[in-house]
Design a protein around this ligand. Sequence first.
Ligand code: SF4
Length: 310
Amino acid sequence: MFGPVPSRRLGRSLGVNNIPPKHCSYSCIYCQVGRTSRLMVERKKFFDPKAIVEAVLQRIGEVGEMNIDYVTFVPDGEPTLDSKLGEEIRGIKRNADVKIAVLTNSSLLWRQDVRRDLMEADLVSLKIDASNPKVYRRINRPHPSLSLKTVLRGAACFSEEYSGILITETMLVSGINDVSGELRGIASIVASMNPGKAYIAVPTRPPAEEWVKPPSSDKIVEAYEVFREVLGGRVELLLGYEGSGFHASGVGEIEAIINVHPLRIDYLEQLALDKGLDPGRVLEELLGRGARIAEYRGYKFLVKRPRLNA
Ligand code: SF4
């Protein structure tokens, strides 16, 4: 268990690790936990569910319910591999007034028992990194028994049944899933799930494979715009600035905007003028703070440059 830690998606999140490292149905090339040592799809009991519930309740008691926005199942592996997940969620909810989130890679949603367990959660985040089976195999390196078609069918089924908050997360890797056709394919699959928010993330921590790189700023802007065409204002970027806090100055407010989505330079100028600031100096300061100018369809945008944190 860890936290609570600040998370832009989940507020103050108390993390629950219900899977030992590293059991997963995927071995994503960008995984920050490293390569998967146990690639598996069978569900099983990893820990005593009562012990998990007790540990979570104890931590909630220490921190206080009001200081936790979500108790989040975000293990070093795939949380739905835990056959006791539903029991754990129910045990926590029965004894504490907290909301539960589960971050899943979506791979087991074709199973009814997995969907049933996730129904108990207040928020579920689905990973959708690919629309093409070849790209899926390259980026997620799934267990051989998994097919993208089955996985997406399961995710679609879950999104129809689920009444809690559904969000999606798409990790973009340079040269793998950031090409235009694939971006459009992923965006349309994500849109069909009708998420409350669709997050686009880039690798910001040392990945399982050294050669994995975040996309260029131009590609990030393109991905954002392609997603925005089908999802409107429900798209946000996760560029590794979660929990960095907000600056009080006008420049800081504009920086907070570009942490979340690219900002067209002409809008930036207008925004600076509205705040009584010199647009040229604001631009210079933001470039000094790690922003970059990127182009998409003839427009110039300011976007944060992703960086790999050690
Ligand atoms: S699904 Fe998550 S835990 Fe599993 S390999 Fe991918 S990033 Fe790592």
